[in-house]
Each structure stands twice: as structure tokens, then as C-alpha cells.
Write a protein that binds this ligand. Structure first.
Ligand code: HPA
Ligand code: ZN
Length: 341
């Protein structure tokens, strides 16, 4: 493994950043899974933390999703969602993530009988506390599970209606291949009518046509992952022209075998092509690290430099869903940090 210049590592760690691709259920550490299982009397298939962690050896997205949904089964009460999200915000603060847009998967919980209100109450109270005590800003993006059908997505959108002030947008996650974006065209149109912003996972394992589909059918403003875009030069040209941000998740891509090793990751090519790429952690409890771990490992393996880091941080704020005014404030923080470091 390549080493990273200690001065560059320090710069990366301290750089103010936004995280735009974090599934909050994917921040559930094994220790917290066991603590919540005990608190709620939920039986797990693993006898202890070590055996659960030992199962985190994935061959593809589906092999991960099976364990990820099992882990989320311990979440029942508002306090469980609160504790999970607040633990993430503490990690975010430690990594100088000053703004985070959290994905959550309501269907994973409502399907088990957990009220939508319980999910929202817990996540919201953690957001308020994180702002007050850690200074971390955040927004919520509600994801539809793409392995479920359109009707289920519409039911979820209906449940979200009382919470439109607390949810900034919709996303699309879970098993990508075989569940193309077009399946959710109508529900995205309905979400747009309600004033929600939109993103979708596309081009993680799926082909470039799914990225075209997310843009054309779903009219998304950002693409989650999007690393398969380089297979289609016309698509790359379009993404550059339209300045569509890609929320790239390097450690995730290695753990789910999208690339064999970090040295093979295409983030450098994405940046060189002029794409608005960002670095994110995806499911940090499962993939070996939070934001700074993603930065450090990617920069070491690909030989990226200070200019790349600044571009990535700026892209993260530019690609966020906050107001132009707040973006300017965050970008000024990046500038001030760079001037001082
Ligand atoms: N891809 C698709 N669905 C997901 C992921 C992911 O990386 N993480 C959680 N749900
Ligand atoms: Zn994801």
C-alpha cells in the first residue's frame, strides 16, 4: 500500500467537508447492534460482536444487503434511531464533516411494523442535538427500496407527507441490477410535485444506461456512485456538461468488489474528466471506515494531491441541497482552512 505524506494526511483530516452519501442504517456498528438487540429483546443470528463482524466479507451488493437488513432489525423505537444517528454525527464531527445529507430507508422499518413516526422522531432529535452540541448540520433524504414495487414506494411517499418540512429529498437504493430507474418514474414525479429534491443510486453495479435512466426518467439532481459512467463517453460528456455531482464511495466499491483494490479505483479518472465527484462513506460500519478513512485510503492508493482534496471538498458543498447562501458560507470555510493550512 502506498504511503501518504503526513502533511497531506493532516490536511485531509482537517478539511471541512460535506457527506452526501451515507445510509444512516449503514452506520450501525456491531457493538450498537448488540446493545439495541439486548435493549429490545431482538434475537440475532450471531452469538457475539466478533462473529457478526467476521460475516462482513462481501462478494457483491446483494451479499451486503442481506446482512445490512438483518442489522437494521434491532431498530424499533425512536431512541434506537436517535442513538444510531447521534453516533454517526459524532464520527462526522471527528472527521470535520460539517454538513451531512443522510439517507434513510423507511420501508426497512415500516415493513417490520415500526411506525414511520418513530423513525422520524428519532432521526430528528439526533439532528437537533448534533446541531446544538456538535455544530454538524444535516438533512434527511428518504430512499425507496428498488427491489420493492412502485405501489410500495407510493405508500411510503404518502407516509412522508406529514414530514415534508423535515425531508429534503428522495433517493433510490437496494438491489440495482434488474431494478432500473424507470420503474420509479411516476413516484419521482409525485415527489417532485411535493417539492422534494431527488437523487438515485445508479452505475454502482448497473450499466451506464441506468445513469441515463436516472437523469431522464427520474430527473435526479445527483447520481449516487456513478462509477460505471466511464464506460460511456457520451454519458461522461453529458454529466460534465450538466455538472451532475457523483457521490462516489471508494471503500464501499472495494468491499463490494466493484473494483478489486483501491489502486484500481477510477476516482482519479472521474476528476480528470471534469466530473463533479465527491468522496463519501456509504455504509461506514460495514465497509471499513468513515469519511476520513475514505479520503486517506483513496489518496494513498491513487496518489491524489492537495488540489484534488480542495476540489472534492468544494464539490461536496456545491453538490449539496442547501441554499446558495449556506453553500457560500461553507465554501468560505474551505477557503479559510486552505489559507491557514
Ligand atoms: N447500494 C445500494 N443500496 C444500498 C447501499 C448501496 O451501496 N447501501 C445501503 N443500501
Ligand atoms: Zn449507497
Amino acid at each position: 500500500m502506498n504511503t501518504l505524506d503526513p502533511a497531506l494526511e493532516k490536511f485531509l483530516r482537517g478539511l471541512p467537508k460535506a457527506e452526501l452519501h451515507i445510509h444512516i442504517e449503514g452506520s450501525l456498528e456491531p457493538e450498537l447492534i448488540f446493545a439495541l438487540a439486548q435493549r429490545n429483546g431482538v434475537k440475532l443470528d450471531y452469538p457475539d460482536v466478533d462473529s457478526l463482524r467476521a460475516a462482513y466479507a462481501f462478494s457483491d451488493l446483494q451479499s451486503f444487503l442481506d446482512i445490512y437488513y438483518a442489522g437494521a432489525s434491532v431498530l424499533l423505537k425512536p431512541a434506537d434511531f436517535h442513538d444510531m444517528a447521534y453516533a454517526y454525527f459524532e464520527r462526522a464531527r471527528a472527521d470535520n464533516v460539517i454538513h451531512a445529507e443522510l439517507f434513510f430507508d423507511p420501508q426497512t422499518h415500516t415493513e417490520r411494523g415500526v411506525p414511520f413516526a418513530a423513525v422520524m422522531e428519532g432521526l430528528k432529535s439526533a439532528q437537533v442535538k448534533a446541531k446544538a452540541e456538535l455544530g454538524v448540520d444535516s438533512e434527511l433524504i428518504m430512499c425507496f427500496l428498488r427491489h420493492l414495487d412502485e405501489d410500495a414506494a407510493f405508500e411510503t411517499l404518502e407516509l412522508a407527507k406529514p414530514y415534508l418540512d423535515d425531508i429534503i429529498g428522495v433517493g433510490l437504493d437496494s438491489a440495482e441490477v434488474g431494478n432500473p430507474p424507470e420503474k420509479f418514474e411516476r413516484v419521482y414525479a409525485a415527489a417532485r410535485e411535493l417539492g422534494l429534491r431527488s437523487v438515485a443510486h445508479a452505475g454502482e453495479e448497473g450499466p451506464p444506461s441506468y445513469i441515463h435512466g436516472a437523469l431522464d426518467a427520474l430527473k435526479v439532481e445527483r447520481i449516487d456512485h456513478g462509477v460505471q459512467s466511464l464506460k460511456d463517453p457520451a454519458l461522461v460528456e453529458r454529466l460534465v456538461r450538466e455538472q451532475i455531482p457523483l457521490t462516489v464511495c471508494p471503500l464501499s466499491n472495494i468491499k463490494l468488489c466493484v473494483f478489486k483494490q483501491m489502486a484500481d479505483h477510477n476516482l482519479r479518472e472521474l476528476l480528470d474528466a471534469g466530473l463533479v465527484a465527491t468522496i463519501n462513506s456509504d455504509d461506514p460500519a460495514y465497509f471499513g471506515g468513515y469519511m476520513n478513512q475514505n479520503f486517506v485510503e483513496t489518496f494513498a492508493a491513487l496518489g491524489l494531491n492537495r488540489e484534488h482534496a480542495i476540489t472534492l471538498a468544494e464539490n461536496s458543498f456545491r453538490g449539496s441541497f442547501v441554499s446558495a447562501e449556506r453553500k457560500a458560507g461553507y465554501l468560505a470555510q474551505v477557503e479559510a482552512y486552505c489559507a491557514a493550512n
